[in-house]
Structures are given as structure tokens and as C-alpha cells.
Write a protein that binds this ligand. Structure first.
Ligand SMILES: Cc1cc2nc3c(=O)[nH]c(=O)nc-3n(C[C@H](O)[C@H](O)[C@H](O)COP(=O)(O)OP(=O)(O)OC[C@H]3O[C@@H](n4cnc5c(N)ncnc54)[C@H](O)[C@@H]3O)c2cc1C
Length: 308
């Protein structure tokens, strides 16, 4: 067997990129394995022109690559430039399908069958590969989608956005520039939203630019409508498109197959890690969204710290 890498980092989101940048800067042998053909697929898939927030403001950034609030395009360009300058050993189109421990080494199997060996593994695969889907009748109909690339690609449509988090709000507000937009919120407020998004959505609802169904949930989808269960009874919302932003969950089957234990059967459960981000599998570390930290700056700081 050849010499294993000191560190294999799986997933090139902000967490994995930051870990790889720190490893490169420290002269540690490493490989960064990314499933797609570009870095940071979650950020790559944000809607075009999205203003990325760098919250929490009081948290200082600890990373070898830059990050501040701004356009997703600018952030990705800066990261690509920096990782090239640092000499990060990036392999794209390298989806990891299995991780097994063999003595001191981890054997990391890629989709094509190749096996990469490393002494330590940093799992930074996030949650966005496992989006929560709608479960009501008609959910498989073609008017339902779970991502939005370019809000300006749609015009004069009636679009229902389902969800009350940042992704739903950002989609709804951007789509409302050229379309009639309805947002469906299970609760009576947008409690999970970042302050900027909260201001934007409540302002748009007050000005009648977006109609909101509060305390409402999808009951059924028809080819041209969404049937809602509301506090006042059923409502039929005729629409051209439904964009469901229902969050994401850990790719549990894959993570468990690596030997990592989840604390409960709850679908929203995440693996527990030590204060050094080590999982119950010695040498296998978990950072970022998969470890329960849902912000870019947190993931980047963890990437730096886990390598330290
Ligand atoms: C729509 C939306 C808007 C958001 N806006 C903001 C914001 O403004 N500010 C903010 O701080 N946070 C925001 N977030 C949250 C932020 O994107 C996440 O917290 C962050 O991306 C998590 O980073 P990560 O490195 O843990 O994982 P991710 O960024 O999800 O990266 C995981 C990477 O791993 C790769 N991968 C997955 N599985 C495999 C595999 N088996 N093998 C190889 N590679 C794999 C993926 O392709 C991906 O590139 C937003 C999230 C969403 C969905």
C-alpha cells in the first residue's frame, strides 16, 4: 500500500474548503474530495445574485480563505482563487460512497470504484444533498420544485413558495419582482429567519407584494393548484409553480454506514462530536452543517480548528 494522506476532507463547502486551506497552509498531506464538478455546491446553488450574509456579526472569522457578506458569485470566485494559490489538493467529480477503517487507515471508496487512503477523515458533506421533500398527495407532479437557480427566469407566473426559513423567504422576495407570489407558513411568524430576511418578508406582506397563508399546510397538489389546510378551512390556490423549501436532513444511511452513531431515531437528529469535532469513530471528524452548525462562518471556523 502507498503512503496514505494525513487528512482526507470530504465535501468542499465552506467547512471542507477551510479545512483543506488550513491543511495546505500547514504543509499537511491532504486531499479534498468533492462530489460535483465545482467547489461548494450548496453556495453554488444559491439563487443567482443572492446576497450572502456573514452572520453572526460578533463571531470573528478564523480561516485561510476570505469571507464577508456579499454576492455568492464574488465569494465563490475568491474561494476558487485562494485555494488554487494555497495549493489545495482538490479532486472534483469524486463522490465518496463508503468509508471503512482498516487498522490505522481509512479506506475511502469513490463512486468510480477507486479507493483513497487517509489517516484522518473530515466529513464536511453538509445536509443539502438530502433535501426534505413534500409528502402530500400530488407531490410528484411536475409543478413542484425544491431549488431555485435564477428568480428572473420566471415572469408573470403565480408561484407558491412553501416554507418559512431563509431560503423560502429569499426565493419569495426575489420572485415577487416579476410574478405573483404566495408564501405558505405553518406557523404565525417567521421565527427562524435572519433579521434582514424577516424585515424583507414582513415588509412585502404588509405592502401586499406577497400574500402569506399563516398557520397553513399543504393538503394536496393538483396539476394547476395547491390545496391548503388553513385555520379557516381548506383553500385552493391556483398556481403555475410550487417551490418547496423545507430544509434538509443528514444523509443518515451514508453517515451510519461509516460507523457514526446518531443520538436518536429523530429524522432531524445529527451526530454528536467531541469538542475537537471527533465522532464516535476515532480519527473521523464532523464539521459544519452535518455537525449542527448551519452558518458559513461557523463551518469555516470549524474547518480551521479541526485541522489545528
Ligand atoms: C438557500 C440557502 C441560503 C443560505 N444562506 C446563508 C447565508 O446567507 N449565510 C450563511 O452563513 N449561511 C447560509 N446558508 C447556510 C450555509 O449554506 C450552510 O451553513 C453551509 O453551506 C454549510 O457548510 P458545510 O461546509 O457544512 O456544507 P455544504 O456547504 O452543504 O457543502 C457540502 C459539500 O459536500 C459535497 N458532498 C456531499 N456529499 C458528498 C460525498 N458523498 N462525497 C463528496 N462530496 C460530497 C457537496 O457537493 C457540497 O459541495 C444558507 C443555506 C441555504 C440552503
Amino acid at each position: 500500500m502507498g503512503e496514505p494522506f494525513k487528512i482526507a476532507i470530504i465535501g468542499s463547502g465552506p467547512g471542507g474548503l477551510s479545512a483543506a486551506a488550513r491543511a495546505a497552509r500547514s504543509g499537511l498531506s491532504h486531499v479534498l474530495l468533492e462530489r460535483t464538478d465545482h467547489v461548494s455546491d450548496t453556495i453554488y446553488k444559491y439563487q443567482k445574485g443572492k446576497f450572502v450574509m456573514a452572520t453572526p456579526d460578533i463571531l470573528p472569522l478564523r480561516a485561510e480563505i476570505p469571507f464577508s457578506a456579499g454576492k455568492r458569485e464574488t465569494i465563490l470566485a475568491a474561494w476558487n482563487k485562494e485555494i488554487a494559490a494555497l495549493g489545495v489538493n482538490l479532486r472534483t467529480n469524486a463522490e465518496v460512497t463508503a468509508i471503512k477503517k482498516d487498522g490505522e487507515r481509512f479506506l475511502i471508496k469513490l463512486a468510480g470504484g477507486e479507493v483513497v487512503e487517509a489517516l484522518n477523515v473530515i466529513l464536511a458533506i453538509g445536509l443539502q444533498g438530502n433535501l426534505n421533500k413534500m409528502r402530500c398527495e400530488g407531490a410528484e407532479l411536475p409543478l413542484v420544485q425544491y431549488q431555485l437557480d435564477d428568480p428572473d427566469a420566471f415572469e408573470a407566473e403565480t408561484i407558491v413558495v412553501i416554507g418559512a426559513g431563509d431560503a423560502a423567504i429569499e426565493n419569495a422576495v426575489a420572485l415577487a419582482r416579476r410574478n405573483t407570489v404566495v408564501i405558505v407558513n405553518r406557523r404565525d411568524e417567521f421565527a427562524r429567519a435572519k433579521q434582514g430576511n424577516l424585515t424583507a418578508i414582513t415588509g412585502a406582506i404588509e405592502k401586499d407584494e406577497i400574500h402569506c397563508y399563516y398557520n397553513s399546510a399543504p393538503l394536496k397538489i393538483e396539476p394547476d393548484a395547491l390545496i391548503l389546510e388553513t385555520a379557516e378551512g381548506q383553500a385552493r390556490v391556483a398556481c403555475d409553480r410550487i417551490i418547496a423549501r423545507l430544509g434538509a436532513s443528514a444523509p443518515r444511511k451514508f453517515v451510519e454506514s461509516c460507523g457514526v452513531v446518531f443520538p436518536s431515531e429523530d429524522p432531524s437528529a445529527l451526530p454528536e462530536v467531541s469538542n475537537k469535532y471527533e465522532s464516535n469513530v476515532p480519527g473521523l471528524y464532523i464539521i459544519g452543517a452535518l455537525g449542527g452548525y448551519p452558518l458559513i462562518k461557523q463551518a469555516m471556523n470549524q474547518g480551521y480548528e479541526v485541522v489545528e
